[in-house]
Design a protein around this ligand. Structure first.
Ligand SMILES: CC(C)(COP(=O)(O)OP(=O)(O)OC[C@H]1O[C@@H](n2cnc3c(N)ncnc32)[C@H](O)[C@@H]1OP(=O)(O)O)[C@@H](O)C(=O)NCCC(=O)NCCS
Length: 145
């Protein structure tokens, strides 16, 4: 593995929205919806204070981000992304471990995430980081209207 990009982890705040949405938009594995508007993201952060994290480089530029929250029972990660030039240097794993530590502190014992079935690279990452897929489950969804 190449030497890790020197990066710092800190809480993702509303002020990071422009940089983070630009990163997410550049990543095919990230599915964005109306919930990812500025207002939606600020609402998510307010519901889940102190859990979402960004990685910044020495200049302070954001090179990775992940949304993290919980519903009181289980934790959830959304939109984990690392800028292409900074991948395979341990940043994704650090972001995930930081979120898991924050969930543990909040008393949450397990964490789930959604992954597109055709995202083979993303799946390889999660498996490498100790996650397992639940092929016995299916996502069931409808609009509230
Ligand atoms: C998935 C992603 C976040 C990984 O970030 P990263 O910083 O490159 O990952 P890391 O360097 O921390 O890798 C952690 C481990 O996963 C492995 N890994 C990472 N990407 C991999 C890939 N594409 N294929 C196989 N293994 C991979 C690494 O080799 C490393 O293993 P090791 O520590 O045992 O050597 C990044 O590739 C990305 O942003 N992808 C696009 C967005 C996406 O698909 N996100 C997931 C949506 S749920």
């Amino acid at each position: 593995m190449p030497p890790a990009t020197v990066c710092r982890l800190r809480e993702l705040t509303p002020a990071d929205y422009a940089a983070v949405i630009t990163l997410w938009r550049s990543c095919p594995g990230i599915g964005l919806t109306e919930a990812d508007s500025y207002a939606g993201t600020v609402a998510y952060l307010a519901r889940n204070p102190g859990l979402s994290v960004v990685a910044t480089d020495l200049t302070g530029a954001i090179v990775g981000a992940v949304l993290c929250g919980h519903d009181g029972r289980r934790g959830y990660l959304h939109h984990l992304a690392v800028a292409p030039a900074s991948r395979r240097q341990g940043i994704g794993r650090q972001l995930v471990e930081e979120c898991l530590a924050r969930l543990r502190t909040a008393g949450i014992a397990k964490c789930n995430l959604f992954l597109f079935a055709d995202n083979a690279a993303g799946r390889a990452f999660w498996l490498r980081c100790g996650w397992h897929t639940r092929l016995d489950l299916m996502l069931v969804q409808r609009a509230t209207t």
